[in-house]
Each structure stands twice: as structure tokens, then as C-alpha cells.
Design a protein around this ligand. Structure first.
Ligand code: SF4
Length: 345
């Protein structure tokens, strides 16, 4: 896919005190892009658009170069012990994305330049965990790979984790901008998980992200250079033909990755399975942003589950949820017999 390039880049003045802030400033000042230097509270003021949807669309093309102020890390179950961010948001436009609600008022892409502070925080959290192996998710509030061609931050982070005896990094992505990460010292301490789905879900709902084939291609590349590999199958949706299409997904994956060659358990491919869910707040935002969306968000056909953000979410009722779990697990065991299913939720 074509690499993302912004319409405007906003520099919070403090960001220019950091090497990455300066590198980004020198890069963008030679490019045909609007550059703004102002306090971060003014960002929205500089984003054009008459309607909320126009503003949203311009915000998705706005980079905000800033520092990460709050350096305490949240727990990130079930995917890791903790999560941290190099970026917040991404230039993708997935209609169901949960950031539609959590980042609704500020959908611009924030890049954090104080990465040494972030690394020091990670060391502290490993120490707090009695120096046991501690896992960190880097992509729960945005997709760092989408802007890696500007920042190089993910490469630095992978190398940092490569040297940590007890730190393990988990990256998840819907992008394929992977080449700059193939020849670095990862030491097997970073697990790349590609977010994948049926072709219908990717083509219909995941705009401005790498397509089905590009993601599989990128996954094969990281596997070839020895990164631990995984897939997040999410959000799993039930629609006409869903079984056939998810079968096609695993057929394609197996063809490209040749799982028969992956024998060592430490190299086992992992799968994380997440069914589609939504909250009432998300439904309202999504219906405003994507008025003609084809997402199935009929509460009367769903079951309620209490969510960690203090809201009910709507998931599939137990009989459909169990059918999803059994069917997708069966496909995984057929096509990737030595793989590990980490969780289904
Ligand atoms: Fe959200 Fe990920 Fe899609 Fe970006 S790629 S819009 S973070 S789901």
C-alpha cells in the first residue's frame, strides 16, 4: 500500500528539545506540508473543516509531534502484562475501530518523541515485576508501523527489547511497512501479530490499511527473519458466507507461511481471536462518521457484557459466540496444527 503522508504536522514546542522531534522537524520542513508550532491545546483550532466529519477526515491526516507525559503503564490483559504507546491513533479508517470512541474528540495522530523516558519506564516495570519475564503491548492505542517511515521509533524499540533479558515486546498491526525492521537485532524478543480477517471484513470496513494479501506477505517476511509471529483474528463477524470466507483466510495463510516448516514450540505461530463487539456510544459515533456503514450493530441480536471502560458492550449471544470459537479453532488446528490459540474473547 502507499505509505501515509500527512496534510499538516503540528509540533508542540517541547518536542523540539528531543532528537526525534528535531529529526521530524528537519524532515518535514523540506516537504510540501503545512507546519504549525503551537501549544498542544491549540491543535483542534488548526484542523480545517466545516462539519464534524470534515474535521475528522482532516484530523486523520494531521500528525502531532509531542511528548508522552503520563508515564504510568496500564495493564493490558489478555494480550500482555502492560501497554505503552509510541503513537496514538493511526491513519487507517476502520469503521468499527474502538478508538472511534476512546479518541473520538481528538482523532489526529500523536507521535511521542521522548522515547528514552518511555524505555526507562519499561525497565522500572520489569523491575517492579521482580525481574520476571514481562510482556508489553505497543499498539493498543494506535499503529506505530503506519508512521514508522517517519519515526524509526519501532525499530529502536525492537532493538531496545532485543537487549532486555526479561522484557518482551508485542506489536500488532494492520500495515505492511515492514522492510526497515527486517535486518535489525530483535533477538526473538518481539512478537509481530498481524491483524487479519476475511476479505469481506477487510475490504468493507478497514479503509486505508494494508489489504489481505499485503498483510500475509508482510507476515511471511517477518517469519523469514526469525521474529516470533502471531495473528489477531479480529473482529470476527458473522454474515452470509462467513464460514467459507474465514476458511479461505486460513487456506491463504497456510499456503504462504508453510506451517509444516515451523516445528520448534518457541517459534509456534500464535492466534488471538476476538469477536465483533460494540458499545452504544461507539454505535452512535460510527453511525455519524460512516452513515452508510454495513456493520451489524443491532442490540436485539446481541448479548450484553460489562466492559472495562464502565460501559456495557454488545457481543454475540452464547450460541453464536460458541459456534465462532469452535469453527475458527477447528480451522486453526487444521491449517496450523502446531500453533497456539492464546485466547478467544
Ligand atoms: Fe483503528 Fe487499527 Fe484500524 Fe487504525 S488500523 S483505524 S488503530 S483498527
Amino acid at each position: 500500500m502507499e505509505l501515509f503522508f500527512p496534510e499538516r504536522v503540528f509540533f508542540e514546542p517541547i518536542s523540539l528539545n528531543y532528537p526525534l522531534g528535531q529529526k521530524l522537524f528537519h524532515f518535514f520542513e523540506t516537504k510540501n506540508v503545512e507546519i504549525i508550532k503551537a501549544p498542544i491545546q491549540k491543535v483542534l483550532h488548526f484542523i480545517p473543516g466545516e462539519t464534524e466529519n470534515q474535521k475528522y477526515s482532516h484530523a486523520k491526516k494531521t500528525l502531532v509531534i509531542t511528548t508522552k507525559k503520563a508515564l504510568n503503564l496500564d495493564i493490558c490483559k489478555p494480550s500482555a502484562d502492560y501497554r505503552f504507546s509510541l503513537v496514538t491513533n493511526c491513519p487507517g479508517n476502520c469503521e468499527y475501530c474502538y478508538l472511534q470512541t476512546t479518541q473520538s474528540s481528538k482523532p489526529y495522530i500523536k507521535i511521542y518523541v521522548n522515547i528514552e523516558d518511555i524505555f526507562n519506564t519499561i525497565i522500572k516495570y520489569i523491575y517492579k515485576n521482580n525481574n520476571n519475564i514481562t510482556t508489553f503491548e505497543v499498539a493498543s492505542s494506535g499503529d506505530p508501523l503506519a508512521v514508522e517511515h517517519f519515526t524509526g521509533s519501532l525499530a529502536k524499540t525492537i532493538e531496545f527489547f532485543g537487549k532486555l533479558e526479561n522484557g518482551r515486546l508485542r506489536v500488532s498491526t494492520k500495515f505492511n511497512n515492514i522492510d526497515s525492521l527486517l535486518n535489525i537485532e530483535h533477538n526473538g524478543h518481539t512478537r509481530f501479530r498481524f491483524s487479519i480477517n476475511s476479505k469481506y471484513v477487510i475490504d468493507t470496513f478497514e479503509h486505508n490499511t494494508a489489504n489481505f494479501y499485503e498483510r500475509i506477505e508482510a507476515a511471511a517476511k517477518v517469519l523469514n527473519v526469525g521474529y516470533p509471529l502471531g495473528f489477531i483474528v479480529a473482529p470476527i463477524m458473522v454474515y452470509d458466507n462467513w464460514k467459507e470466507q474465514y476458511k479461505e483466510l486460513f487456506e491463504n495463510l497456510a499456503q504462504k507461511l508453510n506451517p509444516g516448516n515451523i516445528k520448534d514450540i518457541k517459534d509456534a505461530v500464535t492466534f488471538e481471536l476476538i469477536q465483533h463487539r460494540f458499545t452504544t456510544v461507539a454505535k452512535n459515533v460510527i453511525n455519524k462518521r460512516f452513515p452508510n456503514n454495513r456493520l451489524d450493530m443491532d442490540e436485539s441480536k446481541r448479548a450484553q457484557k460489562w466492559g472495562m471502560y464502565g460501559r456495557y458492550k454488545y457481543i454475540y449471544p452464547p450460541e453464536i459466540s460458541n459456534e465462532i470459537k469452535e469453527y475458527i479453532s477447528m480451522l486453526i488446528k487444521n491449517y496450523f496444527p502446531d500453533s497456539i490459540i492464546e485466547y478467544y474473547t
